[in-house]
Ligand binder design. Structure first.
Ligand code: BLA
Length: 317
């Protein structure tokens, strides 16, 4: 695969399709994540009564400062879903999807997370049912939600292999079935990603269907804090911040992050970033701007095929 600029401000990746004579151009603008969002919304409607979120009024279609890039946002809620929200960004050189579903705190089901960044020749992908509670130390939570999903995860580790070293701190927000991958654009890879998305989403909906409402106040509080900690991490350290700031400026980016993408940060808890992640505290008491304190690690998938965490020392697949 090679990539080049097509002279019209768009970038192309060239790949060779088996059984075809001519190379097929896959322009960034030919990739669209809209069908992912449509699938998820329609599929959710088969399981729950989905109502528009009040956020829809302000967060809908925005045009970036360049006058060319569109940001499209949509949001819903349902009896078990606190917030289902999506943001897609598109211009000639970039396609982005940030899709997440947050359960109500009465449910401890994982958070559905799909973050795809596509530019010229690369795709950076995270697709996961992010655990609400730590799966490295809490075996009962891991077994409850991920034991039965291991075959699904394994199916896609081959098609969409581990993307290499990443911010070490991120690993505790990922599950044993996380798809963390990077690839050059090709129809095959994009098809694999779409089918992974559909299967992961259906699996998540099934967990949601089966979920029983928690009535123990201390458990609900515990779910609340776990979700708040997750939101606090992402609102502060998500790798997309730089791109957003460039597109819409610092003030609107902060608004989008705090009120839309990671909505709940103000309502679900009162702790601050440094309360959860004190290792980021600078001597003057401010938050260290580095994304990672530990640095990058996990060159290979840190879970084995049974979903046991093996860390950074072993090559597993
Ligand atoms: C890169 N995005 C990454 C990376 C990860 C994620 C792991 C690799 C770099 C790293 O290790 O930090 C995604 N990290 C996540 C997710 C979680 C996490 C989902 O901790 C959840 C807990 N990405 C987006 C959006 C944009 C985006 C909306 O989701 C742009 C608007 C861009 N992601 C983006 C870019 C990179 C990236 C540009 C590569 C540049 C970089 O690594 O800084």
């Amino acid at each position: 695969v090679s990539s080049f600029n097509n002279g019209r401000g768009g970038s192309c990746s060239v790949y060779w399709r088996r059984r075809r004579k001519a190379p097929v151009l896959l322009q960034v603008s030919a990739v669209s994540y809209q069908k992912f969002i449509d699938f998820a919304v329609n599929e959710t409607k088969r399981h729950a009564v989905l109502a528009p979120s009040p956020l829809q009024e302000k967060y809908n279609t925005w045009v970036a400062m360049d006058g060319k890039t569109e940001l499209q946002m949509s949001s819903f809620q349902a009896p078990k879903i606190r917030l289902l929200r999506s943001m897609s960004i598109q211009n000639e050189v970039m396609q982005v999807l940030d899709f997440a579903v947050f359960p109500k705190p009465e449910f401890d089901v994982p958070i559905f997370c799909a973050n795809f960044f596509t530019a010229a020749s690369t795709n950076i992908v995270v697709l996961d049912l992010n655990p609400l509670h730590d799966v490295i130390h809490h075996r009962d939570y891991k077994d409850k939600y991920y034991k039965s999903l291991m075959p699904l995860g394994l199916k896609y580790t081959k098609l969409l292999p581990w993307g290499g070293r990443l911010t070490s701190e991120s690993i505790k927000f990922f599950s044993p079935i996380v798809i963390w991958t990077k690839f050059a654009s090709s129809q095959d890879k994009h098809d694999a990603l779409y089918s992974a998305f559909m299967e992961y989403y259906k699996a998540w909906l099934k967990l949601m269907d089966q979920a029983v409402e928690e009535t123990d106040v201390s458990q609900i509080m515990c779910n609340c804090e776990a979700q708040h900690r997750y939101l606090t991490w992402r609102a502060e350290k998500d790798p997309g911040h730089g791109v957003l700031k460039k597109l819409i400026g610092e003030t609107l980016a902060a608004d989008l992050l705090g009120n839309f993408l990671f909505n709940g940060i103000k309502e679900l808890g009162s702790k601050k970033f440094l309360d959860y992640f004190p290792e980021y505290c600078c001597q003057d008491g401010t938050v260290n701007e580095k994304r990672s304190i530990i640095g990058k690690s996990f060159e290979h998938r840190p879970w084995d095929s049974r979903g046991e965490f093996v860390g950074d020392n072993l090559k597993v697949n």
